[in-house]
Structures are given as C-alpha cells and as structure tokens.
Design a binder for this molecule. Structure first.
Ligand code: SF4
Length: 247
C-alpha cells in the first residue's frame, strides 16, 4: 500500500448525485473488485493497481473551512469515490474534521460507507439537524462478500453499525449496490434498523465483469438483477420497509 500525504486544490466539489461531494482521500483501501472508481483511476495519474494507493488530502479540513463560506449551502455526500471510513481514517481523522465543519455550518449531509468505523463519529452526528448515514451492503453471504470486497469489513459488522446508529436516533439507510447473490437475505437483517433501503444498479456491470472473470457462472445478468430486486422489494413490502429501486 503506497500512502502519500498530498495537498489538494479543492475539496467541496459539485456532485451529480447530491449538491456536493467531499472525498478526503484519493484511492480506497477497501479495493472492492467491482469499484467504479477503479475505472476512473486514469484521472488520478496513478499507475498502481486500485486499492494499492491512497493519497491523503491532509489539507481537506483547511480547504473546507474556506470553501464552505463561499458556496451556497447544499447537501454534501461523504464520500463518492473513496470510503470516508477506510482504515487510514482512524489515523488521519479527515472525514471527522470535515463533518465537524459541516455540522458547525449546519449543512445537510449524507454519509456513505462500508465501515463500522463510522460509529466513532456518533457524537458529531447527534449534533446535526439534517443527516443520514448509509452502510453499503451488497449480500448477506460473507463468502460472496469476501470474493468481491476482500478488504472491506464483514457484513455482520456493517449490520451492527446500522443497529447502533439507528438506536442512537440517527436516520439510516442501506445501499444495496451492486446487488450480489444472497442480497435478498439482507431484508430480515435490516428490518427495524434502517429508515429505508436503496437498491441501485450502480457498479452492476463492473460486478458482472468480475463475476465472469472468476468463472462463477454466466455473470450477473439483467435477469438476475430484476428477479432478485423484485424478490427483495416484495420481502421489504412484507416487513413494511421503504425500499427504492434505482435502475
Ligand atoms: S469502498 Fe467504495 S470506493 Fe472503496 S473500493 Fe469499495 S466501492 Fe470503491
């Protein structure tokens, strides 16, 4: 793993998903095999394989402190092309510092991660007026998780993180993207612990590509997605969970 401390030029970027996005790191230690960000690696100038480099934007909080006073308030996504709670965040606390600034300015925030390290920042979340925290979980089967996300935290720890956040009165959601085999088993695990679930086709064709590469079967066809998402939605309906499918 090549870790470099760098000085970024900007931090609060316009996003197509929410109003803004903050990525305190370039690169991601979770190294998910289907990650769409790996396919954007060419924009970072890195030659190393995805998951083997992280640039740490050590000036992210300083930049945000300045930029937030110059921009119109809007919802901020933390983060888009890295996990804001990848292991390096334990040391650098850049996501934490950025969230503190967003809280002080009372901006709405959506946090999205695969890591229970997010629990560390519950103290900040509880001071925020408009916040939601999402855990991305792609399957209920940890064997499948290991195949696609070998360096990301186990499924059970992500569910436990949602349970704890929800118990603390924080608005939570689960992002199922890409939907992998065994995803439908998540529904009973998530019931009562999330405000809503999103099933999104994001990353889907990359997951399909990886699946074929592993020679597991013919791939994650459109048929698989529609069949499994229908089953998923129907199980959610049975348990009264708000589930949105984004195709
Ligand atoms: S956690 Fe997100 S950003 Fe990191 S490798 Fe996985 S999909 Fe990519």
């Amino acid at each position: 793993m090549i870790v470099k401390e760098v000085l970024a030029k900007t931090i609060l970027s316009v996003s197509q998903v929410y109003d803004y996005v903050i990525n305190p790191y370039t690169g991601c230690q979770h190294a998910c095999s289907y990650c769409y960000a790996r396919f954007m690696k060419r924009f970072t100038g890195h030659k190393e394989p995805w998951g083997e480099f992280v640039d740490v934007k050590v000036n992210a909080p300083d930049l945000l402190r300045k930029e937030i006073t110059r921009k119109k308030p809007g919802r901020v996504w933390v983060s888009g092309v890295c996990d804001p709670y990848q292991p390096l965040e334990s040391k650098y606390k850049l996501s934490r510092q950025c969230l503190e600034i967003l809280q002080q300015h009372n901006w709405p925030v959506t946090v999205q991660t695969r890591s229970p390290l997010v629990l560390r920042d519950i103290d900040i979340f509880k001071k925020m007026n408009d916040l939601e925290v999402g855990l991305t979980i792609t399957t209920s089967d940890d064997k499948i998780r290991k195949l696609f996300e070998p360096h990301a935290p186990p499924i059970e720890s992500r569910i436990k993180a949602l349970v704890e956040l929800h118990k603390e009165g924080i608005r939570t959601y689960a992002m199922v993207a890409p939907m992998l085999p065994g995803a439908e088993g998540l529904v009973p695990m998530l019931a009562g612990n999330v405000d809503y679930i999103i099933v999104d086709r994001m990353n889907y064709h990359h997951a399909d590509w990886v699946y074929k590469k592993f020679g597991l079967n013919e791939g994650l066809s459109d048929d698989f997605f529609y069949r499994t998402s229908r089953e998923f939605v129907s199980k959610c309906g049975g348990l009264g969970i708000d589930c949105r499918v984004v195709c």
